[in-house]
Design a binder for this molecule. Structure first.
Ligand SMILES: NC(=O)c1ccc[n+]([C@@H]2O[C@H](COP(=O)([O-])OP(=O)(O)OC[C@H]3O[C@@H](n4cnc5c(N)ncnc54)[C@H](OP(=O)(O)O)[C@@H]3O)[C@@H](O)[C@H]2O)c1
Length: 267
């Protein structure tokens, strides 16, 4: 999902992009990555690849730690080989979700799920390289992948009675083309370390679903329910809001409101 948005954004700016899907490049295979990098000689590598099925990570811990964690060392190695900058994407799931104010880049990490743990290992690997930038994002939606918006649209237009959506998890939905733009801007700045980027304002899944219903199925009934009503293998953070003032000060603009991304996506 994010990889396709990044590719589209860069190409619209007349940049040569080698967009590698899983079938052509396995980030677990350093030799294969090295061959691509030697052939293309990139100035910048953006790692959007990850094992993103949060619940499956609980039962496939080894695989999650390999792909989201140790494989990032391969990406670092080939970035070093090419002298390229690395932008690595991470997640709000590295935090415990127990905060009551937005997480800043230096907030203590304490992942509560295997997915979050594996993403944290990936951050540590990425940051061993001085030309790395780790961008933590949250609640992605956009073209090219199943996401909360497509799921809600499907359920709402099926019209099978009231929809029950959790109201006690709060975060910031983030539209992938907006994140792609943010990555483009960050790539032009001399910034390394960790940067948070998400869209504004914070909302619960129920609040987000209600807004989606407003556009696609105004008569749909969307009921707020607690997380306990949908037990899942991986715990979800109750509070996932990332503070974006570092991004805003670095780039010199505010992050976009997610509602603008939702409208663009639905159109
Ligand atoms: N989605 C969210 O809400 C969210 C929130 C915060 C952060 N993030 C982070 O944002 C990034 C992009 O997420 P996304 O939502 O765009 O995920 P996505 O749509 O699931 O894309 C991830 C891609 O990585 C590929 N991949 C998996 N294992 C690989 C491997 N060993 N080598 C190469 N490619 C591999 C997947 O291919 P296959 O499907 O073929 O395996 C898939 O195409 C990830 O780092 C994710 O952790 C996502």
């Amino acid at each position: 999902m994010l990889g396709s948005a990044v590719t589209a954004f860069w190409r619209r700016r007349q940049q040569a992009v080698l967009a590698l899907g899983h079938a052509r490049a396995d980030i677990g295979d350093r030799r294969q990555l090295g061959e691509w990098v030697a052939a293309f000689n990139p100035e910048i590598i953006i790692n959007c690849a990850a094992f993103t099925q949060v619940d499956r990570c609980e039962t496939e811990r080894q695989h999650a730690l390999e792909i989201n964690g140790s494989a990032v060392a391969n990406v670092v190695a080939v970035a070093q080989q090419a002298g390229a900058r690395l932008i690595h994407i991470s997640s709000d799931y590295v935090f415990d979700g127990a905060a009551t104010a937005p997480y800043v880049e230096a907030s203590p990490t304490d992942p509560q799920s295997v997915y979050g743990e594996s993403k944290l290992v990936g951050e540590i690997e990425a940051l061993k390289y001085e030309r790395s930038l780790v961008v933590r994002a949250s609640w992605l939606f956009g073209p090219g992948g199943p996401n909360f918006v497509t799921t809600m649209c499907r359920l709402m237009t099926q019209g099978k009675g009231p929809l029950r959506v959790v109201d006690d998890q709060v975060g910031c939905p983030t539209y992938t083309p907006f994140l792609a733009r943010a990555l483009w801007e960050l790539a032009r700045e001399d910034v390394s370390g960790i940067v948070h980027y998400c869209n504004r304002e914070a909302v619960s899944w129920h609040g987000f679903a209600t807004e989606i219903a407003h556009f696609v199925a105004p008569r749909a009934e969307v009921l707020p329910v607690p997380t306990t009503e949908f037990p899942r293998p991986a715990p979800r953070p109750a509070y996932s809001v990332l503070e974006t003032s570092h991004f805003e000060a670095t780039i010199g603009r505010r992050v976009e409101p997610w509602i603008a991304g939702l409208v663009a996506y639905l159109q």
